[in-house]
Design a protein around this ligand. Structure first.
Ligand code: FE2
Ligand code: FE2
Length: 236
């Protein structure tokens, strides 16, 4: 049971300041993808573009309950700003895809699966699912950036990675503070469950996005180990 929230002012300031940078990219370098690149990345980038977009109603709902319980309005404000950052990632990818005639996706089973887990759980579980996807996104966007010659796509990936890194820091801080309120045995069980979820997600992304990952220079083991390196960076 969560007793108290950490000081969130730093994160409120970060999200407020970064608002003016959202979707800010120099589009003048719009060098189009080659046919080979489009073939390799289009299905994959479309899934990530879909995954980045959410209206976040359920997350706001969960967060609202916590905010009321802890009499802290800051976490709700941060969550609203966080959702806007994610939507900006989706917008950047969509604009890039449209300029390269890559179709967007309306739905995808992996996206549906993760949305369902988030909707059916609570605030902490939602954050756990989100951070798992975001840690993996760090390596995915690195691979995507290396899989293309497009300077514009490289810039978009760099920007998303920078912002995802902050999301991972913010969410790991929240999860660590939630977990610290528990007895040791519960902490170990929660950490184990999170590691299982993370492992399954890494394997799923590896299978589903292998073409981009391989083109970006990752092999099965290097993708797996890079993700665990990022996981430990976030939680150790
Ligand atoms: Fe994102
Ligand atoms: Fe994120």
């Amino acid at each position: 049971m969560i007793e108290k929230l950490p000081n969130l002012d730093y994160w409120k300031n970060y999200f407020l300041q970064n608002q003016s940078n959202l979707a800010k990219i120099d589009w003048s370098d719009n060098d189009l993808l080659s046919e080979e690149e489009i073939k390799c990345i289009s299905a994959s980038i479309a899934k990530f573009q879909l995954g980045e977009y959410s209206e976040g109603k359920k997350l706001i709902d969960f967060c609202d309950k916590y905010a009321q319980k802890h009499e802290d309005k800051t976490i709700k404000q941060i969550t609203t700003l966080f959702i806007k950052e994610e939507q900006a990632h989706s917008y950047l990818l969509k604009r890039f895809m449209e300029s390269n005639n890559i179709d967007t996706l309306k739905r995808d089973w992996t996206d549906n699966l993760f949305r369902s887990i988030r909707i059916l759980s609570g605030y902490e579980m939602s954050i756990t699912v989100l951070i798992s996807a975001e840690i993996i996104a760090l390596t995915y966007y690195d691979a995507l950036s290396k899989a293309t010659q497009s300077k514009l796509l490289k810039k978009i990936c760099k920007k998303i990675i920078e912002e995802e890194r902050n999301h991972v820091l913010y969410e790991s801080m929240l999860l660590k503070s939630f977990n610290m309120q528990r007895i040791r045995l519960s902490q170990l069980v929660i950490t184990f469950a999170h590691k299982c979820l993370f492992s399954c997600t890494v394997i799923l992304v590896l299978i589903d996005h292998r073409a981009v990952l391989l083109k970006g220079g990752y092999k099965l083991y290097s993708f797996w180990s890079k993700n665990w390196e990022e996981f430990h960076k976030a939680f150790d």
